[in-house]
Design a protein around this ligand. Structure first.
Ligand SMILES: NC(=O)c1ccc[n+]([C@@H]2O[C@H](COP(=O)([O-])OP(=O)(O)OC[C@H]3O[C@@H](n4cnc5c(N)ncnc54)[C@H](OP(=O)(O)O)[C@@H]3O)[C@@H](O)[C@H]2O)c1
Length: 259
């Protein structure tokens, strides 16, 4: 690693596991000072221990991103801990799949709260702060579900499309202030989130493992992505190397489609 994020502070949501944890490890390796958040300090203990065993100090804050007041508190505490914020990574997200007519309004609201409202609110807080610094980076984790149609996950796809629309529009308004905001659209990534695909496995009359095998076999590369592959792009988007890029979506589909 070459210290591409040395001297930078970063707030990473959903940092306890999966893609967020891989981003936290990659950012730490590139020299960033980290504020990590997830629903509980217990869920953050593993990543925090790994970093501290490597001699890297990180700050952990528990916050439920489905609660607006928790988001305000999270951002305030983050600034108190590190003084200023250079990079916000909006990674936390939840998945729920079912046939369109079967989603309850509560389920749709919850998906919207965590996957969209929280991203909107945190980005608003971060951009307001970054404008005073004349620089900053926002990295949003959307999904190929934010670009394309896919069956039995209309509510999730709605949230991921929203993140891309938001990223582009905010990018337009903030580029003159030295702020870059971009989105990453991963395809299938090997994380705990796949457990939530149980509903699709059941509908197909197969086990979750069988569904994983079928899904992998359908991909030209024959495998899911690993979280580290997403983290490499998040490092680029958090670093000065991407200063010329804003309002863009980088698709890492694992060869699902060539667009
Ligand atoms: N896995 C994929 O195939 C895939 C593909 C494309 C895009 N994505 C997107 O990538 C992002 C990360 O996904 P992942 O697969 O790494 O997921 P994951 O392994 O399920 O991890 C989700 C993370 O979000 C946090 N989180 C969930 N609900 C929260 C809430 N209400 N408040 C605060 N934090 C909350 C979790 O914290 P706790 O540990 O405390 O629960 C955890 O850190 C998501 O936005 C997802 O939509 C995933």
């Amino acid at each position: 690693m070459t210290g591409r994020l040395a001297g930078k502070t970063a707030l990473i949501t959903g940092a306890s596991r999966g893609i967020g944890r891989a981003i936290a490890e990659a950012y730490a390796a590139e020299g960033a000072s980290l504020v990590l958040t997830a629903t509980s300090l217990e869920s953050l203990a593993a990543i925090s221990d790994v970093l501290s065993n490597d001699g890297i100090e990180s700050h952990c804050i528990a916050a439920d991103l489905s609660d607006e007041s928790e988001i305000d508190r999270l951002f305030q505490q983050c600034l108190e801990l590190v003084g200023h914020l250079d990079i916000l990574v909006n990674n936390a997200g939840i998945y729920q799949g079912k046939q369109f007519e079967e989603y309850t309004r509560e389920e749709f609201h919850r998906l919207m709260k965590v996957n969209v409202y929280a991203v909107f609110q945190l980005t608003q807080l971060a951009v307001t702060h970054m404008k005073t610094m004349g620089q900053g980076k926002v990295v949003n984790i959307s999904s190929t579900a934010g670009l394309w149609e896919s069956p039995n996950q209309a509510a999730y796809n709605t949230t991921k499309h929203a993140v891309i629309g938001m990223s582009k529009s905010v990018a337009m308004e903030t580029t003159a202030y030295g702020i870059n905001i971009n989105a990453i659209c991963p395809g299938m990534v090997e994380t705990d989130m796949f457990q939530d695909f149980e509903v699709h496995a059941r509908a197909a009359g197969i086990s979750l493992d069988e569904l994983r095998k079928h899904a992998s076999a359908k991909l030209p590369q024959g495998r899911f992505l690993n979280p580290e592959e997403v983290a490499h792009i998040a490092v680029y988007l958090g670093s000065h190397e991407s200063d010329g890029m804003t309002g863009q979506t980088i698709t890492l589909s694992g060869s699902m489609r060539m667009v």
